[in-house]
Design a protein around this ligand. Structure first.
Ligand code: ADP
Length: 225
């Protein structure tokens, strides 16, 4: 049984001049515990596909099933809740909240997930533990601007793993890093997967990263091959 299944996904964007057909009948079945690389050139639709399978962006047509449940038949609140619990995202440009410390960035999804409005010692301890696992125990009170790119991405991974999601979706996670920091980020992503039997999907144009994943699919002309 698939943990995540995309069936016949279509998605296009229309700007002022013309329509761009990005996804044109994508079918993808991901099994629990798998590590999958989605590769393809810039503009091929990798990010669009990742957003659609992660519940961030409606397809024009087709279904996305997470654990057998149709993500886009849920209402927005239900889909947000499922996403918060089951899916972690890691983006190329980290997307940390600049006004918050590393610890506070990781606390946010924990507070949402546990539906608490204040910081309890329990969730603060959990957030600190996630950052410690990323080697950032000395950076808890730093704000993103005070951290290197590699450190910011490790905070973002700690945030993505906050609620121990079954699936981690990563969009060019090393795209903005030098090769040493990038390797460290991939090591952390894959070791977190090994520890927790997590499913991990990495969008990348880097064949070396794809080689470290169990399976690779290529996106071209709006379909997977
Ligand atoms: P990749 O991740 O493979 O680089 P993307 O999924 O980011 O590709 O983009 C695929 C295509 O869709 C590109 O041509 C891009 O310009 C276009 N596109 C992506 N997002 C939007 C948007 N919000 N509005 C209009 N066009 C978009």
């Amino acid at each position: 049984m698939s943990i995540l299944k995309a069936e016949n996904i279509y998605k296009s964007y229309t700007d002022t001049q013309k329509r761009v057909d990005v996804l044109e009948g994508i079918n993808l079945s991901i099994i629990p515990g798998e590590s999958l690389a989605i590769v393809g050139p810039s503009g091929a639709g990798k990010s669009t596909l990742l957003h659609v399978i992660g519940g961030l962006d409606h397809p024009d047509k087709g279904r996305v099933l997470l654990d057998g449940k149709d993500l886009y038949k849920m209402n927005d609140a239900e889909r947000s809740r499922v996403r918060n619990q089951a899916v972690g995202f890691v983006f190329q440009f980290y997307h940390l909240l600049p006004e918050l410390t590393a610890l506070e960035n990781v606390l946010m999804p924990l507070m949402v997930g546990k539906n608490v409005h204040g910081v309890t010692p329990e969730i603060e301890g959990m957030a600190a533990q996630r950052l410690k696992e990323m080697g950032l125990e000395a950076r808890l009170e730093h704000k993103p601007a005070q951290l290197s790119g590699g450190e910011q991405q490790r905070v973002a991974i700690a945030r993505a793993l906050a609620n121990d999601p079954a699936i981690l979706l990563c969009d060019e996670p090393t795209g903005n890093l030098d090769s040493r920091s990038g390797d460290a980020v991939i090591d952390l992503l894959l070791s977190s997967k090994a520890k927790a039997e997590r499913t991990i999907v990495i969008v990348t144009h880097d064949i070396q990263i794809a080689k470290r994943c169990g399976r690779t699919v290529h996106i071209k002309d709006g379909v997977l091959e």
